[in-house]
Unconditional design. Structure first.
Ligand SMILES: Cc1cc2nc3c(=O)[nH]c(=O)nc-3n(C[C@H](O)[C@H](O)[C@H](O)COP(=O)(O)OP(=O)(O)OC[C@H]3O[C@@H](n4cnc5c(N)ncnc54)[C@H](O)[C@@H]3O)c2cc1C
Length: 452
């Protein structure tokens, strides 16, 4: 290390990286926080941004602003692409594709997961996932444009397909999105169109399981099912989405039987996650064992086996079936910061212990689920608890205050104040802009494929 202060490089400014850097903010170390995005993103409210309730500013905060008062924390914009563990150096790519390197004494990998299409990456062009701000804005564009296009079409199958929205995956994100789309159709847009009736919009929610929200207790999931059905969401359970194309989706029943095709010009994907490419690179370089999704196996203190100078935190941790939730990432970040601080004092590291503080899911206005140990709340009580928790965890006082004000305004009136969307690059051909396709010749429906 020589006579310089210990250099801690954190890759990823999500929940794990943010909390680790904050806790090191007054320690005798030099911290570099590298992220391929310029802001910390509050993923749990992405669906509200996608459906026009919140703006991108509500759910993200510039990392530079967050650490402006921590003189020992430097934030850098760039995507980590290569690790040289022998010389303890990471290469990162700037947005203009040029590269730079960063040296470290301690490396913390907090790069999270990305959407998985289960070995069908071509689905992504038709069915955006829900992990980044870009995803949220893309979904917002497709959602509101679909109603606009339907308004200009005569009644018939083509118009119906623009008014049909297919959501793959009935976990919390899929459930939240499906409920919100029905609320957009039945409340926000109800009186704004002349040719179509937005309330006719169909929202189809597909999942391979036999119930929605598998991570919640069965009685809470039943309540969510009843609420979704009351909203008009059509549940299609026990099926795998085996093909996605411009015209819609093909599903294959898990229990056998013929494939079914659904016409839907808007398809959204929330069905699975996998490690980001850099995490797979790390596992290769360090010969670290990882699971099928790319989560890296770690020691009890969250360091990589044989590499006490490299930690993994958050969604990327493959140990003890730790859940992919914000609380695990935040606690992991604090734990690693504590290991580093204890190291400075010559004290041994402690083992990581995750404390499960429960989970919550928003279903519709006045209606959410909360599950904390034996405590289970649904309906209005769940909604109130859900709101308080999200406000408490949202980054930045200004974001909290403006989110509360926006929610109150949305509750008071049916309007959504952040519906504005862009149509994309005006130089792109019309096929690409209005069919969401990169390749005009992909309009034919290929043979159905199974995911598993
Ligand atoms: C739509 C959605 C809703 C969710 N809802 C909830 C919820 O209600 N409650 C809950 O507890 N959890 C929820 N989660 C899960 C929660 O958001 C994650 O568990 C949490 O964000 C994981 O934190 P992390 O730090 O591991 O990764 P992330 O928060 O994903 O952060 C990873 C960071 O790494 C950066 N990055 C990735 N690769 C690179 C690279 N090569 N170089 C530089 N930077 C890189 C990314 O830009 C990102 O900022 C939700 C997730 C999503 C997507």
């Amino acid at each position: 290390m020589g006579d310089h202060r210990m250099r801690v490089l954190i890759i990823g400014g999500g929940f794990g990286g943010l909390f680790c850097a904050r806790r090191l903010g007054d320690a005798n170390v030099e911290v570099t926080l590298l992220d391929r995005a310029a802001g910390h993103l509050f993923q749990p409210l992405l669906y509200q941004c996608a459906t026009g309730t919140l703006s991108i500013g509500h759910i993200s905060r510039p990392l530079r602003e967050e650490f402006a008062h921590h003189r020992n924390v430097t934030t850098l914009l760039g995507e980590a692409i290569e690790l040289d563990d022998a010389s303890r150096r990471v290469t990162a790519r700037r947005p203009d594709e040029t590269t730079f390197t960063i040296d470290y004494d301690i490396l913390v990998i907090a790069a999270g997961m990305q959407q998985s299409y289960f070995r069908n990456p071509e689905f992504a062009q038709w069915a955006p996932g829900m992990k980044t701000l870009d995803d949220a804005l893309r979904i917002r564009q497709r959602l509101f444009t679909a109603f606009e296009i339907a308004e200009t079409l005569p009644a018939g199958p083509e118009r119906d397909s623009w008014l049909t929205f297919a959501v793959a995956g009935a976990g919390p994100t899929g459930v939240e999105l499906a409920g919100q789309i029905r609320e957009v159709a039945t409340r926000t847009l109800a009186n704004e169109f002349h040719t179509i009736d937005p309330e006719d919009a169909r929202v189809l929610l597909f999942d391979g399981g036999d119930r929605v929200l598998k991570s919640f207790a069965p009685d809470l999931a039943s309540k969510a099912t009843a609420t979704l059905q009351r909203l008009g969401v059509e549940l299609r359970l026990g099926v795998h989405v085996t093909d996605v194309c411009r015209e819609g989706v093909t599903v294959t029943p898990k229990g056998g039987g013929p494939d079914q095709e659904y016409s839907a010009r808007t398809v959204l994907w929330t069905a699975g996650v996998e490690a980001v490419p850099f995490a797979r690179h790390i596992a290769d370089v360090l010969a670290a064992p990882s699971d099928g999704c790319g989560r890296i196996q770690v020691e009890a203190d969250l360091s990589v086996p044989g590499h006490p100078e490299i930690f993994v935190i958050g969604d990327l941790v493959g140990r003890d079936e730790l859940p992919g939730v914000a609380e695990n990432a935040m606690q992991g970040g604090l734990h690693v910061a504590s290991c580093i601080r204890r190291g400075l004092e010559g004290k041994p590291r402690r083992a990581y212990r995750y404390r499960d503080l429960g989970s919550a899911a928003y279903i519709s206005r006045w209606n959410a689920l909360l599950q904390v140990g034996p405590i289970k709340l649904a309906g209005f009580a769940g909604w109130l608890a859900w709101g308080l928790i999200h406000i408490a965890v949202l980054t930045g006082v200004r974001n909290r205050a403006s989110t509360v004000m926006t929610w109150l305004a949305t509750i008071a009136r049916a309007g959504r104040y952040h519906r504005a969307f862009m149509l994309g690059d005006s130089h792109a051909n019309s096929e690409q802009r209005y069919t969401w396709s990169d390749c005009a010749d992909q309009s034919t429906r290929p043979q159905a494929r199974r995911l598993d």
